[in-house]
Design a protein around this ligand. Structure first.
Ligand code: ATP
Ligand code: MG
Length: 433
């Protein structure tokens, strides 16, 4: 199907006022200058499905240099694949020149696994539609006429809420295995079913993700777990054997922890409680940090390994650090973890040992710590999952809420006088109950 079906506003229902004003001004400027320009990708898809888009991307026949001539606030980014970012102060919109399929001129190259490694060939709007991943991501909204252009039969998929990959699924997943993760993400986020032919190769092809740069998988993992539908996505990822490519230690942990395998289910509880919490925070527009995701996903492994290190005679804190280093070195082979997040994750873990100390000096210091809140949230999740005492969670919740006199009184009620202090000598210190 090479000619476009024009879908009028009466059918697609997009109200142009729902499109960001600045994005509209870019579309107007480019068309006025004689170029083709459309709103594309997730922005159009989300509007057609009745969601509020998170960003508005534009595709055009103008090259990045031509975009800059029309819109001087443009910055051209990327060396291998050049993109125009049209700036409005710190905010910017991505304006991409139509791209052709990578094999059109032989300039786009694929690796021995069939993966695209160069993808910088400009093309026509039709070519640009066919190189996109899923049909519903290939709608082109024409602001001037109000029509949506559909080159790939996407409207039929949208009507039955189906996610269909464009072209031969095996070829398209080989070209870019990340499309498998995207399929799961869109299915979970938008409540779509994956068309049978599009889902068929996924389990078998899952290991192709091993060939993807860890930094790209980090970005994808964040979109997946911070997209507001983390639990549903996790279940689909596990079902399609994709989760183990992102978080191998967590997948092993979930398998060992399953009641059928003789586990107590507490790790599953922890992961689910954490993801539910993340989904709630996203819904309320509260900040979320990747450090917390890693703290949760790697916890079972870290806790067990730290115990083993301690049994070998290492001090408690050092045992956590040793276990953390082991866990991160396995993790970064799959997806990379920027140092600022892994450092914070380590802090969340090492602080877990402090919740058992209730004497006034330590408590007041701890409450002032930069990472107290993250460590506390994590400890409460552990309590919820049954791994540690819920009393601790309640005690630490309360002490944050009361005034200083009551804080001191609370500590004194738990550790009256100094009698107990002496008992500390050279006892084995446990890092976690
Ligand atoms: P989101 O809501 O997550 O932003 P999106 O569909 O806009 O969803 P982007 O990653 O912003 O996703 O990509 C914009 C568009 O670029 C997609 O809609 C799709 O048409 C195309 N695209 C993105 N990644 C790929 C890919 N790996 N293969 C082919 N086309 C892609
Ligand atoms: Mg997008």
């Amino acid at each position: 199907m090479k000619s476009a079906t024009r879908i009028p506003a009466s059918e697609h229902g997009i109200n142009p006022r729902e499109i960001d004003k600045k994005a509209r001004s870019i579309l107007h400027a480019l068309t006025k200058a004689g170029y083709e320009a459309y709103l594309v990708g997730g922005g159009v898809r989300d509007l057609m499905l009745g969601y509020h888009p998170k960003d508005f991307d534009i595709a055009t026949s103008a090259t990045p240099e031509q975009v800059k001539q029309v819109l001087p606030s443009t910055r051209i980014i990327g060396r291998r694949f050049r993109l125009a970012h049209v700036h409005f102060g710190r905010e910017y919109f991505e304006v991409a020149t139509f791209r052709a399929p990578h094999d059109k001129t032989g300039r786009g190259k694929t690796s021995e696994h069939g993966q695209i490694i160069h993808d910088n060939v400009y093309g026509t709007v039709v070519e640009d539609a066919f190189r996109r991943d899923f049909s519903i991501n290939a709608f082109f909204y024409d602001l001037e006429t109000g029509d949506v252009l559909d080159f790939v039969g996407a409207m039929a998929d949208l009507k039955i809420k189906q996610l269909r990959i464009i072209g031969d699924p095996e070829v398209r997943y080989r070209e870019d295995p990340v499309r498998m993760l995207r399929a799961i993400r869109f299915a979970a986020k938008l409540g779509l079913t994956i068309e049978p032919a599009s889902e068929a190769p996924i389990r078998q092809f899952a290991s192709l993700l091993d060939n993807i740069a860890p930094a790209r998988l980090f970005d994808e993992a964040l979109k997946i777990f911070h997209g507001g539908k983390a639990i549903r996505t996790l279940e689909l990822l596990r079902d399609y054997h994709l989760f183990e490519c992102l978080f191998p230690a967590a997948e092993r942990g979930l398998q060992e922890d399953a009641i059928e395998s003789g586990g107590d289910g507490s790790f599953r509880e922890l992961v689910y409680a954490a993801l539910k919490n993340t989904d709630n925070r996203i819904r309320k527009d509260l900040p979320v940090t990747p450090a917390f995701l890693f703290a949760v996903m790697l916890w079972k492994r870290v806790r067990e390994d730290a115990k083993a290190y301690q049994q070998e005679g290492n001090p408690a804190l050092q045992s956590v650090h040793l276990a953390a280093s082991d866990a991160f070195s396995e993790q970064v082979k799959c997806l990379s973890v920027p140092r600022r997040f892994s450092n914070m994750t380590r802090e969340i873990w090492t602080l877990q040992g402090l919740f058992k100390f209730k004497n006034q000096r330590r408590v007041l210091n701890f409450l002032e710590q930069r990472r107290f809140r993250a460590a506390y949230d994590f400890m409460c999740l552990r309590a919820k999952s049954g791994e540690t005492s819920f009393d601790d969670c309640e005690w630490w919740t309360l002490i944050q809420e009361v005034d200083m006199d009551e804080k001191i009184a609370m500590c004194q009620r738990v550790t009256p006088g100094k009698a107990k202090k002496k008992r500390k000598t050279r006892q084995k210190r446990r890092i976690s109950e």
